[in-house]
Every structure is written in C-alpha cells, then in structure tokens.
Design a binder for this molecule. Structure first.
Ligand code: FEO
Length: 612
C-alpha cells in the first residue's frame, strides 16, 4: 500500500523509510533507521527527483504510481549516483520507458558504470534550466557534496532547493515529513551532525562553495535526499552547515576520548574531566572501544577542545583509538586544541604516535602538557594532570579587557539619542495571537528586502517567533496613547490574551495580526537567521509584505518620552529607590542590582534612575 506525503500543492514525497538497515554504507550504525527521499513534481510535465535504495524499492514504486495517478512520467532528474538514490534507476526505466533522464555528463558516465546502460539523457550544465509548465528548474553543480557528479536543483517558482545529500539526516521519518513537525534540535540535530560530519565532513570547502551558490537564491524550502524537509527556521540547519563546513566548533568544551584495556587510562581521563568541571569547563567522555567512531567524529566537530588518552598496544596506539584518529584525520578535522595522555607498562609510545596523527591537519594546536602513565596514575602525577587541565582551561577565550565597559565612560543619555522607532511586534502560535512593544526594528538591505528585530527572551512573542519563524511589525505613529504601551508592553501574553477584546481581525497575508490603529505601516517578516545575544535574540527576516497604513509621522523613542509617557506626579509619600524611565515602575531599595529586569516592561537596570 502506498504511503506518500504532500509537500506543496504540486510536489509529493514518494520516498520510503528503512528501519532494518544496521549499517548505512556498511559503516555507520543507524539505530533510528534512515529515509530515502524521492520527490515527484506534478506540473504540466511530471518530474521525479532521484529514486531510492533497493531495500525499499517496492514501496517506492507503489508511491510513484499512486502519485502519478495514471499520468505518464516525463522526466527523471538524477542528482546523485550513489546507489542509495539510484539503485532502482534501471527498473524505473523499464516501468516508465518514455521517461527522459535529466543529468549532467558525469552522472551519465556513472549510469553506464553502474548499469551498463546507454541512455539518451538530457545533459545539463551549470545554470541550465528546465521549464515544466508552471515551474522553472535550475541545475547547479555541487561536486563532492558528496560524490564528484552531484548536482542540486532549484525550483525558482516555489523557491525550493532539492539539495541531494546536503542538509540530510540519519533517522527514519516516522510519519512526519517536515523538520518543524518534530523537535529537531532536541531529537535530530545530533543525527544531522553525525550524518554531515561522516558523509561530507571531509569536503568542507566544496560544501562552502555550494552554500555560496545557494545564498544567491531565495530559498523557502529545502528537500534533501535523507531526513526531513525544511520549510521553517531554515537558518537552524544552514547556520550549522556554515560552522561544520568551516570546521569551527559549535561549543566551547572538551571532548575526552579514551582507549583503556584495564581501566587505568580511563581513570586518568575521568580525573581530568573532573578537574576541568571544577574549572567550569564543559566536558563529554567517550570510550572509543564502546562508542561507534561516527559518534565520536561528530562530537569532535561539535566541541572546541579534544583530549585523546590511549594505552600503548603492540608498540603502537590502541587499535580502536588508532582507527578513530585515522578516521578523524581523514574527515579533515581542523581548528582545534588537542591534548594527549599516554599509558604504557614498559614502553609507552602512544602519546608521540597520537601527536603524529594530527601532523596532516590544519590549525591543530597540540598542547605540550601531557601525562605518561606507567600502568596506573600515581599521586605524584596529579600535578602533571592538573597542568593539562590548567592548559586546556587557559586556552578558552577569556573576556578581552578592552570589551569590559568602563562605567565612568558610559552616559546612558547617549543611547537615548539613537533615533529608535516604536513598534508593536505581533506573531501567531497556532490559534493564539500575541504582541509586544519593541524599539529595535531596522531595515538591513534593499535587494533582497530584509529587516532585523531584536527581541527580549523574556517576551512570549520571542518564543513564538523562534518557533513559527514569522512576524509582523506595526510602526506606531504619534497619535498612539500611553494605553497601547500599557496593553502590549506591561503585561505578558503568557498569562493574558492581549487580543481578547479586539473587535477587528486585521491580518496580513501570513495570517498574523497587525495593529491598524495608531500606526502608519506594517511589515511582514519571514525569519532567515537568528543570533543569540544572551538577553535578546536578533532575528533577520525577508520582508514578505509591506503596507502603508496612514501618513502620520512615526513615534520615536524621544517622542514617547517627551509626549506620551506620563510625567511622574508629585507624591505626598516620597518613595526611596529607583524608577524605570520606560514605564515608571518603582524599585524600592538603596541599591538597584545590576541584573535587575523591570517586571513590567522588561528593560534592564540601565533604564532606571534614582528617585530624587
Ligand atoms: Fe545518500 Fe551520497 O548518498
């Protein structure tokens, strides 16, 4: 029985999942299975993007036949000739003899290699296009992502990138098809990293080349050959690819991998890990004889500092560690600080040999501090182990003196001279609408039209935008009364429905509310990137809609202070403390904590002044 998934009105997933496969490519364990994705475009012409592995061919052919619903198959776009995507190409040609294969010259050569078939293919080159009716397909060469013949396809009509192995992940799809249907970061990012680092980790510069080409397209959806389709929060996976392909770590911390026959090398590794934890350094540990190398390679790409501890075996590195290091070097690991610990009951050699392994790697800083254990760690060697821990901890970036603010040189008034506007930021979580006040919406570029917004993590709207990836910014005009700031700024959407009493239902094309009164314009944004800045997230978004609502001037931050915010009233009971310059909240006390956040408007201590 077929099992297909609708991707868009005229694109259908016709792939299949395999949960029986033990080792993908014979080397990578896939405990969560794997999906082989294939997509069928139903335009004036029908186009199939790649096929599947032989193991799931039965389901695949059922799916294709069902999705075609009696139509003929016009084109088969072959993007990658690795058999997990092309093994049933010959059978497809038998079942659909009139289909025209679309591929590049290298792919045609490989078809001949794998199948001994001479086919009359439509050969495409860089930037060639294929018009299928409504859709225009652009072909982009992506050599070594993951084989030399690979190409990807961009559908400029629906802004979809068919990315071949790129942006794939291990794991069967389990009924879902879109990454936003699951908790990808929590449940699948580790497998996406393991997939990337092991499959294409070696080819960072080629992945960079593809990312550069892709950045010239406006992409709203990514359809890879493994794993989930991305239609929201594309920056979640693209930002990881930027780090992975440039061999930059995702996290500051130490990955400790050890090979220990009788537990003595493990003991030293564990004590080192404890020492680092005492210094506030994050650590993670792997026994290389137990954990599959693909997991440790993925972890090595994630963490900034690596420690390898190995016993000496047959006058060399212990076999599982030897294999791991060879594999890691083959995957082109770069830009890391490495420490080694060796053990040897009579002739320790593993330390020197492990160091030698990294000679071929770029920008690996091997710490000179080390420990050579003779059978078991001795109390006198704790100093040496501590020196390793100290050297690692000292290698982490320290806050630069020059970036520490000299408070005597900070006049908060200078910040108020910035000509901020004021905005109601709205977003939608399912059926739930919410909005908050921000003063941080700025245009970044004209072509493409992009804006940024910085939003406090305290705001419920922040969480909705992070999840949904879309928002509206309504620009407040000078007619706006203080009550609008009270309504959207001084209460939380987590416990209040801010639109409960709203009689109108003004929405833009993205389905999100905007504020039609006291405003002069509304801009809809679709998030393409987000950046974490401790208290706030900076969202960068493509503008998808923009409307003028009135010709009233915009209310600036200064205008708000001068004309909208009520002036403090003389009080018979003089309070002692600090007043929030934004909303008037009073903190009673002799000193205001540096990290105090206004419970009403969420501004920090810098926006408070002493009550005079
Ligand atoms: Fe999924 Fe390189 O094949």
């Amino acid at each position: 029985m077929h099992f297909t998934k609708k991707i868009t009105d005229d694109l259908v997933w016709v792939g299949a999942n395999d949960r029986r496969l033990a080792m993908f490519e014979g080397v990578y364990s896939v405990p969560g299975g794997v999906s082989y994705n294939s997509y069928l475009l139903l335009d004036d012409k029908t186009v199939l993007f790649d096929t599947v592995d032989k193991a799931v061919s039965h389901r695949f052919f059922e799916n294709v036949a069902f999705a075609l619903d009696g139509r003929q198959l016009d084109y088969l776009v072959v993007q990658h000739m690795e058999p997990d995507h092309s093994a049933v190409l010959d059978e497809l040609l038998l079942r659909y003899p009139s289909v025209k294969v679309v591929c590049n010259a290298k792919i045609q050569t490989m078809i001949k290699q794998f199948f001994d078939l001479d086919i009359d293919a439509k050969i495409v080159e860089e930037n060639d296009t294929l018009n299928t009716g409504k859709h225009l397909l652009h072909f982009v060469m992506a050599p070594m992502v993951h084989w030399p013949e690979v190409m990807v396809t961009y559908d400029s009509t629906d802004k979809i990138l068919f990315s071949a192995d790129g942006f794939g992940t291990f794991g069967a799809l389990n009924g879902a098809i879109f990454a936003d249907e699951v908790d990808f970061n929590a449940d699948y990012m580790d497998e996406a990293r393991r997939y990337y680092t092991n499959i294409v980790g070696k080819y960072g510069s080629q992945v960079q080349a593809l990312l550069n080409k892709a950045s010239t397209f406006s992409i709203e959806m990514i359809c890879p050959l493994h794993g989930f389709v991305w239609r929201k929060n594309l920056s979640d996976i693209i930002s990881k690819y930027v780090l992975w392909s440039t061999y930059r770590p995702e996290e500051n911390g130490v990955m400790i991998a050890y090979a220990s026959v009788y537990g003595n090398t493990e003991n030293a590794a564990e004590i080192l890990s404890g020492m680092l934890r005492c210094k506030g350094v994050k650590t993670t540990m792997y026994d290389v004889s137990v954990t599959p190398p693909s997991e440790i390679i993925a972890a090595a790409f994630k963490w900034s500092h690596l420690v390898f501890a190995s016993t000496t075996y047959n006058a060399g590195i212990f076999v599982t560690m030897d294999d791991l290091l060879s594999d890691l070097v083959a995957h082109n690991i770069q830009n890391r600080t490495v420490a080694v610990i060796e053990n040897g009951s009579w002739a320790a050699t593993s330390g020197c040999l492990m160091r030698g392994k990294f000679e071929k790697c770029k920008n690996i800083n091997i710490l000179e501090q080390t420990v050579s254990i003779k059978s078991g760690l001795k109390p006198t060697q704790m100093t040496e182990l501590k020196a390793v821990a100290d050297a690692i901890a000292a290698d982490f970036p320290q806050p630069a003196e020059s970036t520490k603010a000299d408070t005597t040189r900070l006049d908060p008034g200078a910040m108020e001279k910035l000509s901020y506007g004021l905005f109601v930021l709205t977003a939608k979580d399912g059926d739930r609408d919410n909005g908050c006040i921000i003063n941080t919406s700025t245009q970044i570029t004209v072509k493409p039209l992009r804006i940024s917004i910085a939003v406090s993590k305290e705001n419920y709207t922040h969480d909705i935008i992070k999840k949904a990836g879309e928002f509206n910014v309504s620009t407040l005009s000078t007619s706006v009364p203080f009550s609008v700031f009270e309504h959207f700024g001084f209460q939380s959407g987590r416990d209040t429905d801010k639109f409960a009493d709203c009689t109108s239902d003004s929405r833009t094309g993205n389905g999100i509310r905007y504020v039609p009164k006291y405003t002069n314009g509304v801009i809809s944004g679709k998030v393409i990137n987000k950046y974490d800045y401790e208290t706030h997230t900076l969202f960068v978004a493509d503008v998808t809609e923009a409307r003028v609502l009135s010709n009233e001037p915009s209310a600036t931050y200064k205008y708000y202070f001068d004309n909208i915010k009520p002036k403090p009233q003389p009080s018979t009971e003089q309070k002692k403390g600090f007043i929030c310059k934004i909303c008037g909240y009073i903190y009673e006390g002799d000193t205001l904590p540096d990290d105090f956040i206004c419970p009403l408007c969420k501004h920090g201590a810098v926006d408070f002044e002493p009550i005079k």
